[in-house]
Design a binder for this molecule. Structure first.
Ligand code: SF4
Length: 363
């Protein structure tokens, strides 16, 4: 059946609210038509530059304006990243996702170093993903040329609710960044977070935004908010597992070929809960004891769970061939020293301002 790119919010809400067993059965059926249900892709997320971010994302302990216990660090070296990637590979990961707490990529030495990290990991025969904030088409081309496999840029929520969480960057900039990645052969990873206080219509709205992209993202991470003290969302109640399963199942139905990734919040889920998410169509996880800055299950625990459920880690480049990696000296795309004007909506979000004020009094 051809993929649909015209899902409406009403249709998606109807799926999300189906009787639970029907929803699960339908999602599992779609999953089996498009994927091996016993294979799960394992990614390792590496924070290559932590904290000190100028943005105001209400869920994020890396935003410099909030007071959290986070210890920041400057950009890691290429050799440190290589050592971590080798460790991830020996623990069963097929992909390394490098995250930097930046608003957007700036041409210069740090980006050149990231390009070198991409080349290095590609040469280890692992899939490389980056999440570095907004990027221009030229920056996307340079990442592609270095051998990047995927670029992550989450939509976070529906366009309406996004405005209740972030005021320093606009939804359209997110879509434009995804559009820039799409002009290359790099695959797109984009998803969001549930449990930020949004309603079901917002969850459906996010899935409309993702599923109507053509092509749909190759991977969609579904995160459950991990509330961190000091952030504006510190007091949010944990997302009930049933809602997480519904969200995974709905994502699977509207984006049948996508890899749906169970991301942040797995430490709060039982194995039974995770097993139901896999049954409902999740076929990717993040491994490693940290997800950028929030806790994640231990690798050994995950491997035990895989054994118990008879799941096998997906091999690298099973879905798409390994991209060629061009060395810096043979590169066709050079730094343009661009200074793109990404938007800064700047509207007031009360809880963000309150968390910022609280941080000042604690400082
Ligand atoms: S989510 Fe990313 S952009 Fe937003 S504050 Fe955190 S590190 Fe910065």
């Amino acid at each position: 059946m051809a993929l649909r790119h015209d899902w409406t919010k009403e249709e998606i809400l109807e799926i999300y609210n189906k009787p639970f067993m029907e929803l699960l059965y339908e999602a599992a059926t779609v999953h089996r038509q498009h994927h091996d249900p016993n294979t799960v892709q394992v990614s390792t997320l590496l924070s290559i530059k932590t904290g000190g971010c100028p943005e105001d994302c209400g869920y994020c302990p890396q935003a410099a304006r909030y007071h959290t216990d986070l210890e920041g660090n400057d950009l890691m070296s290429v050799s440190q990243v290589k050592a971590q990637a080798l460790r991830a590979k020996s623990a069963g990961s097929s992909r390394v996702c490098m995250g930097a707490a930046w608003r957007n990529v700036r041409d210069g030495e740090e980006f050149d170093n990231v390009l070198e990290m991409v080349r290095t990991i590609n040469k280890l025969d692992m899939e490389v993903c980056c999440t570095l904030g907004m990027i221009t088409e030229n920056q996307a081309q340079r990442l592609a040329e270095a051998g990047l496999y995927a670029y992550n840029h989450n939509l976070d929520s529906s366009e309406e609710y996004y405005k209740e969480v972030i005021s320093t960057r606009g939804y359209q900039d997110r879509l434009d960044t995804i559009g820039n990645v799409r002009k290359t052969n790099v695959t797109v990873c984009s998803g969001g977070i549930i449990g930020m206080g949004e309603n079901e219509a917002d969850r459906a709205g996010m899935l409309v935004a993702l599923s109507t992209l053509n092509p749909q993202p190759e991977s969609v991470p579904i995160n459950a908010l991990v509330p961190v003290e000091g952030t504006p969302l510190e007091e949010q109640e944990p997302v009930p597992i049933w809602e997480m399963i519904r969200m995974v199942a709905t994502t699977r139905i509207v984006m049948p070929e996508t890899q749906v990734r169970l991301s942040a919040g797995r430490t709060q889920m039982s194995r039974e809960g995770q097993a139901m998410c896999f049954f409902a169509g999740a076929n990717s996880i993040f491994a490693g004891d940290k997800l950028l800055t929030t806790p994640n299950p231990d690798v050994n625990e995950d491997m035990e769970m895989f054994k118990m459920l008879g799941l096998n880690p997906q091999k690298a480049f099973e879905k798409k061939a390994q991209p060629e990696s061009v060395d810096a000296e043979n590169s066709k795309y050079q730094s343009k020293g661009e200074k793109p004007k990404w938007t800064r909506p700047g509207h007031e979000i009360d809880r963000n301002l309150q968390a910022q004020e609280k941080a000042k009094t604690k400082a």
